[in-house]
Design a protein around this ligand. Structure first.
Ligand code: 5AD
Ligand code: SF4
Length: 451
């Protein structure tokens, strides 16, 4: 905070209030990190803009999960040469998961000279110090050493959403799925102390937030690294005990430690949203083993069955990868049959993307891109039908929904299971729970009227 003050004093001497643009890619964890970076920037005296031409400082918070995400970031950072040429005092910062990758840091250092400051997720809490160093010396600052280990508390937060808030409960991942870069860039699992999490949630409820999502790469292993005997189900139960009208969600869960205790805890409280994001990644046991997922198809299906036993109308969503190295079309068909068996409400579908340094990147990968794309399309088409059928089943029902915003088509709301509902009504309803009669549906959303 001392560094924030020092930068604040510098900014106060400028002839205008300096503006910062924060550009975020990737997952909700990154969104939550950007809220903390905005918190710091605000303490430093920056205002905010969405226009890179007007920004005195551009902060790009990057994602490394797939190559496509990285290409987009590099393209956009490349385009910032023009804004910097127009405004040579513009400061360009690159942070997030890509910044933690050695080969990316090297590339940026050599070929993206417009980037003044680069730091990985481990150094996020030191952003004010790093920015100060750059501003004091004018020399580029690159900070991507592998120093993960502790958690910094007390970082200021400027939140984006009106009724929704993210709360990180832990950082990092210990699972080392063979395709995934996350454990390398975000380090080992570290849980925040329950007291600070519960305090943060109490504060959010008091501020009027209605939809609170607990975040972590694998929330089900929450607490394993803490001294006290608190696991994720215990934390969720305590959070649900906080007085107020709000809903709790969480993501992401690894099937290996999604426990019966967690399912029962969810069923025990109306404040815990009846939805579960449970990535399965592949339907074939051989591929699951090659991915190091540590469960098999039967184990996954058993978790789904037990979850539904506790919460019959639970909304289940999942992630799946098509075209993992060596996956045959027969094995891919096991993925198809798994989605047929489970009938997910929605699916996030990805084509495998090799990540430097992960074991899968050096596995033989004989299937052509065309065949992977064909399989991918079959999966998407089948899931679209299932999503549409699942949505159609809501027609005629009345559902208590949280009105969370509006766009050019009208108000948007969410069912407890997080399905998007479109309805017409007064803007003043945003932030309220209302009963909605569902009158129509397509594969993406439901349509309704105030009941
Ligand atoms: N290629 C494709 N998809 C990936 N995911 C993670 N790593 C990769 C990769 N290398 C997907 C997984 C994960 C989701 C967040 O991204 O499905 O659950
Ligand atoms: Fe990646 Fe697997 Fe960890 Fe998820 S559980 S972040 S897919 S390594």
């Amino acid at each position: 905070m001392d560094y924030c003050m020092k930068i604040h004093a510098m900014n106060a001497q400028m002839d205008h209030t300096p503006l910062a643009m924060v550009d975020t890619y990737g997952c909700q964890q990154n969104e939550a990190d950007s809220e903390r970076l905005r918190g710091y920037l605000s303490e430093m005296g920056y205002g905010f803009t969405d226009d890179e031409h007007k920004a005195d400082l551009v902060l790009v918070n990057t994602c490394a999960i797939r190559e496509h995400a990285e290409q987009r970031v590099l393209g956009n950072v490349g385009a910032l040469t023009h804004t910097k040429r127009a405004n040579p005092n513009q400061i360009i910062c690159l942070c997030g998961c890509m910044a933690q990758e050695e080969h990316v840091a090297k590339k940026v250092r050599e070929s993206y000279r417009q980037v003044d400051l680069l730091f990985g997720p481990h150094a996020l809490w030191r952003f004010p110090e790093l920015l100060w160093r750059f501003r004091a010396t004018g020399k580029r600052v690159f900070e991507h050493t592998d120093e993960a280990g502790s958690i910094a508390e007390g970082i200021p937060v400027v939140r984006q959403g009106g009724v929704k808030a993210w709360v990180s409960i832990m950082y990092g991942c210990n699972n080392f799925c063979t395709y995934c870069i996350v454990p390398y860039v975000r380090g080992r699992e570290r849980s925040r102390r329950p007291q600070v999490i519960l305090e943060e949630i109490r504060g959010l409820v008091a501020e009027g937030y209605k939809d609170i999502t607990l975040l972590g790469q694998n929330v089900n292993s929450y607490g394993k690294d803490l001294d006290g005997p608190m696991d994720f189900a215990d934390l969720l139960k305590e959070a649900a005990g906080i007085p107020g009208d709000f809903l709790l969600r969480f993501m992401t869960s690894h099937p290996k430690d999604a426990s019966q205790k967690l399912f029962e805890t969810m069923a025990s409280s109306e404040k815990i949203a009846p939805c579960f994001h449970l990535p399965f990644q592949a339907g074939s046991d051989r591929i699951l083993k090659a991915m190091n997922r540590v469960y098999d198809r039967a184990g996954y299906l058993d978790k789904v069955r037990r979850l539904r036993e506790q919460i019959p109308d639970v909304v289940i969503t999942s992630d799946v990868i098509v075209g993992f190295p060596g996956e045959t079309t027969e094995e891919f068909e096991e993925t198809l049959s798994l989605i047929e068996e489970v009938r997910f409400d929605a699916l996030f579908t990805f084509i495998y993307s090799p990540r430097v340094g992960t074991p899968a990147a050096s596995m033989p990968d004989p299937m052509s891109r065309e065949e992977k794309l064909r399989n991918f399309q079959r999966l998407v088409d089948r899931q679209d039908q299932i999503s549409e059928e699942k949505h159609a089943a809501y027609i005629g029902k009345t559902v208590r929904c949280l009105v969370d915003g509006k766009d050019e088509k009208g108000l948007t709301a969410r069912t407890p299971g997080n399905r998007l509902v479109r309805l017409t009504g007064e803007e003043s309803l945003i932030g309220s729970f209302v009963d909605v009669a569902i009158t129509g549906a397509n594969k993406w959303s439901l349509f309704g009227e105030l009941a």
